[in-house]
Design a protein around this ligand. Sequence first.
Ligand SMILES: [Zn+2]
Length: 79
Amino acid sequence: MYAKAREIVDEGRVEVTDETDKRLYLEVEGSTDTYGVRMESDHTFSCTCPYATLKGLPRGALCSHALAAMVHLVEREQA
Ligand SMILES: [Zn+2]
């Protein structure tokens, strides 16, 4: 999972599309489709991919897109 997320970030397939006080919206290009990832102010993530929407993402669990979004945001802060 991390390797996949790492690849997504390294290839520049994560983009912040909107940023508000409460939420951050990102677009993440997965292997088959592009998905919308949202980060709430409490740092919980949600994603529009089938994996995340079918199973739901319990607190602390991430699909590779949400993980890629998180890695992207962490590295953006460090840059
Ligand atoms: Zn996802």
